[in-house]
Design a binder for this molecule. Sequence first.
Ligand SMILES: O=P(O)(O)O[C@H]1O[C@H](CO)[C@@H](O)[C@H]1O
Ligand SMILES: O=c1cc[nH]c(=O)[nH]1
Length: 257
Amino acid sequence: MSKNEYVPLRQGQDETLALTKIPVAELADRVLVVGDPDRAAKAAGLLTNAKPIAKNREYHSYVGEYGGKLITVASHGVGAAGAACCFEELCRGGAKYIIRAGTAGGVQRDVVDGDLLVVTGAVRCDGYTELVVPMNYPAVPDLQVTSSLVHTAEESDLNTHSGVVITSANFYPSPILGNDQPKWRDAGAIGVEMEVAALFITASIHRVKSGAILAIDGNPLKDEDEDMTSYEPDREIVTKAIDATLETSLKVLASLE
Ligand SMILES: O=P(O)(O)O[C@H]1O[C@H](CO)[C@@H](O)[C@H]1O
Ligand SMILES: O=c1cc[nH]c(=O)[nH]1
């Protein structure tokens, strides 16, 4: 056991984060993260006085105001390993709160297109976090952020669930090894996506408060959907739920003290 106190790494105000290219001095301590760079631009459109602060690879970042608070919006791309580079840099740069607004498949019958899912824990099939902390450490969000997400989401007219998601490294299940999602569904998981566990673990080791809210865009365990060929998130019912995740996340970020 180390005798020294563990101190999470923080980078200086004069530095630029290596992969996201965010200048630390421009980073707000309240951060909304989304997978898709176009969704980051859309979220930035909800801010006042928004301006881009960095653009590199899949990492597009903005800063602006919402509810009187400075907020950064950043995209992290698809998959935990790449997303974790973004989360790690946001934490090193001084983020205090990070909320992921994304999409997920529902894996229970009552979790359907257009619903909202506030995440209370994530199964660590992400392929990344096993390299960072032991597998028996749980991927869980901050309680204050999560209860605020639930209360704020319930103000929308959308059906809101809270529960465990599977964070999976593979979007397309293997035709050789099979699909491991049914066993997590049977254990109680209600959704599947690809980055939340990486956010919760990265935030935990940096003592950053995190949370996640997801828009449901299908059910990958339905017979006709199992090979993901019928995956189609670009539908009005999903867009409405995505818009609600962005608005809910920004309201919560602005309200946290
Ligand atoms: O909508 P986003 O945030 O990108 O999240 C989900 O969508 C992508 C798959 O299409 C994966 O990144 C998954 O986690
Ligand atoms: O990973 C994901 C994301 C959205 N919908 C899914 O079915 N899977």
